[in-house]
Structures are given as C-alpha cells and as structure tokens.
Write a protein that binds this ligand. Sequence first.
Ligand code: UDX
Ligand code: ADP
Length: 459
Amino acid sequence: MLIKNICCIGAGYVGGPTMAVIAKNNPNINVTIVDINAERIAAWNDTNLDNLPIYEPGLADIVKETRGKNLFFSTNIDKAIDESEMIFISVNTPTKTYGKGKGMAADLKYIELCARNIADVATTDKIVVEKSTLPVRTAEAIKSILHNTGNGINFSILSNPEFLAEGTAISDLLQPDRVLIGGESTDAINSLSKIYEAWVPKSQILTTNLWSSELSKLTANAFLAQRVSSINAISELCEHTGANVNEVAKAIGMDSRIGPKFLNASIGFGGSCFQKDILNLVYIARSYNLTEVADYWEQVIIMNDHQKRRFSDRLIKTLYNTVSGKKIAMLGWAFKKDTNDTRESAAIYVADHLLNEQANIAVYDPKVPYVKMQSDLNYLNTRTEEDNAQGLKASKTPYEALEGAHAIAIMTEWDEFKTYDWKKVYESMKKPAFVFDGRNILDEKEMKSIGFDYFAIGR
Ligand code: UDX
Ligand code: ADP
C-alpha cells in the first residue's frame, strides 16, 4: 500500500518524538499526531518551542523544521484516522490499578478505545501499527475488534515496538540499533519498512511474526532492568566489603561478553517501561502457570524496591537515626537526566520514605515543575495533599535548595550538578554536611577535601 498520510494516536513521549523523526525523513508523507488531551496538543502547537510538553534534546529543532509542513498536531482524531492509510497507536498502557491483574497486568483500556475508534470511523483499508508496549497477543484483541466491524474494510495489524530511551530519544530514533516489525501481511510490513528505509539501512530492519515482536520488547526491557538490579545487588555487597562498585563494573564491563553498558549502580531504575514491562512478563508467566519463571523475573523488581529503601534507610541512619525537622536537599526528581518524565522515579519513593520520618525536603530539578512533584507524591496516597505540600517544597535555584540543609540526596544524574560551586554549598550547609550520591556522579576525593561527609552507592 502506498502511504501518503500517517495518523498517530497519542502525543506522548513515544508518539511525539517518533512521528517527528518519521516526518523529518519522509517529507512526502503527511504525519498527523492526535490526542484526546487538548492541552497537550495546544502545547505541541505552541509557537514558543520551550513550551513543548516533552523535553528531549534535539526534539524542538525537528518540530521547528517540520511542524506545519508535514507534521501536524490535532484533536480531531476521527478526521485524522479516516484520512490516513497507516495508523500508529501510541497511547499509554499503565499497570492496572484495579480488578484482575491489579498492580501487574497492563491496562489495555486505552488501546481498546483506540481500536474501537478506528473501527467506527474508518471508511478505507488501513494498516494499524501497535507502537505502545503491549503484552503478548494484544494484537489478537485489536484484530478481533477491527475485523468484526462488518463494514468490509481490510485491516492489517503490525507490531512495531519502540526501543528509544528517554533523554536520548532523538538520537536513538535517528540511529537505531534495529527496527523491529512484526506482522502477518508482507504487503503491510513492506509499507512500514519503506518509511524507515528513508534513513535506516535495510539490514537493520528485522521482520518477525507478531508475537515474537511483542515479546521481544518486553524481553529487551526485562534484560536491561535485570542488569541494573544485578549491579545494584553487588553495590550493597561492596558497601559491606570495601570493594568499589565502579571498579567492579569497569572490570566486568571490559569482558566483551558482558559489555560496559547498563552497569551504573544507582538508587534504582525508574521510568515508564522497566517496572511495568517486567510486571507484565511476570503476569503472563503466572497466567501460564510458570511459577519459577514468574518468580525469577519478579526478583528484579524486589531488588529494585530494596535499593530505593536501602538508600533512604542509610541516609536516616547516618543522620543519627532521625531526620525529623531536618532540611534534606534533593537534587533531581526526573527518573534520569535529560528528560522531564518522572514516572516511577526513585526520587518519589525516597521522598515518601523521608516524609514518613518528618523530614523537610527541598527539591531542585532543572526540568520538572513543582506541581508534577506534588502530583507524583499525592498519587502514592500515603498522606494528605496538605501534608505533602507542607513537607516538600521546590526551589527555583539549586543554591536555595541546598542552603541550610543537613544533607544532600542526589537522585538524578543531571550534568549541571557536577558544575556547582561545592565549596560555596558546603559553607551554606549545616555541619556536618552530608552528601548521599545516588548516582555516583561527584568526585569523592574533591568532596571529602572540601569537608563533606560523602557517601556513594556501592562504596
Ligand atoms: C527504557 C529502554 O531502554 C527503552 O529501550 C525502552 O523502549 C523504554 O524503556 P528509558 O526508560 O527511557 O528506556 O530509560 P533507560 O535509559 O533504559 O533507563 C531506565 C532506568 O534505569 C533509569 O532510571 C536509569 O537511570 C536506570 N539505569 C540505567 C541505571 O540505574 N543504571 C544504568 O546503568 C542504566
Ligand atoms: P508514552 O510514554 O507511552 O508515550 P504518554 O502518557 O506520554 O505515554 O502518552 C500517551 C498519550 O496518549 C497521552 O497524551 C494520552 O492523552 C493519549 N491517549 C490515551 N488514550 C487515547 C485515546 N483513546 N485517543 C487519543 N489519545 C489517547
């Protein structure tokens, strides 16, 4: 099928950057991104590019280049669906918060709504591409909804999981390790492959059956998360034995069979994918009665929760077993650097533990607004919104957050944290001045020579 118009349902972290890059490399294809959230669409259309709803290095430049030419943002979902030959589904699939599979299974209600929406308004044949991460065999459900419309329209379903990481989304999209396309119809697969071939070498475009494609996405994230949990498990052992986790990571990473990536010990992984996808994998394994398989992967999550708890426990213990009424400065709220996304960020859980101990938290993050921090905390439902607002404040500048603090907790590895005038910070803090470096980004020798009591993960 010749593709002239693409519609993408969902203008989020996945849909926005992916479609911008597709539009940039395919000037002859019109790409329309639609969303039910009118505020989000308005932000994507804002003339001031600083107001785009998603921060990703390089994204604003591509939006500037393509918006209004062949990249459009709209709330008119039905029109965009009807006018397109190819429709990407990039809506969110959060973990279910109710009913069967609560806390484990992916909530597919948004996906189902999209499928019904497409079935209702389509008047010509369509290729429907699942972009959101979905549990294995979701395509079956989408297929059954679309094929039972009785209007004689032909729908081909493809799975095309995204492997972009936030903070590096644009470079991941421009130079992907591979593009994966799963499906049954060769014609549909070729149509999508052509779009990627505009900038990705054909040898890097893999085609598989639908189910392999869906399962590959969950497996890739499970393997990556497992590496982080593995190195984090070793970080605790290092703290007890005098080994240095950075040295261990370097030593094992030089073994080409292991490789250097994803070996940074941290306060624990966050983000919208890892936890959700592993829980999903565990849920699927359990539903096939594969108890050992399910327990095996679940342990990755248990280790991750332990790492977050261990970090706050160590901080409290070091501050003479009480943080009540003490000012704790948190640097970073995002789940990693170069993104304004905070989903499952370790900072939320560490803040929650510290608030339970009545700490006064002052947070500085270069890209996350205060309202987001508050809504993340309120979502946990641990205490009243007033108590959260009382216990956690955001600072406009790092120095304001750090002034008068008893301890600093580094939660995100933002580059700018390395450039601060740490002598000045030391002067302004209560003594002894403690630093808990949850990301191992500061120079231990330098911090100690200034006078800080410095603690890093795995050392
Ligand atoms: C991930 C996958 O990498 C991506 O392919 C997938 O499609 C979506 O999920 P993302 O969540 O954006 O991407 O971030 P990623 O860079 O994978 O990091 C996930 C978490 O692990 C972050 O909290 C990060 O700080 C943490 N991490 C990563 C570590 O703690 N140590 C590491 O060595 C690497
Ligand atoms: P992701 O990280 O997977 O991209 P986001 O939450 O950032 O997740 O983006 C998903 C987007 O999908 C949200 O902006 C949400 O409003 C949108 N969305 C969810 N359901 C629908 C729907 N039925 N129709 C249109 N947009 C939807």
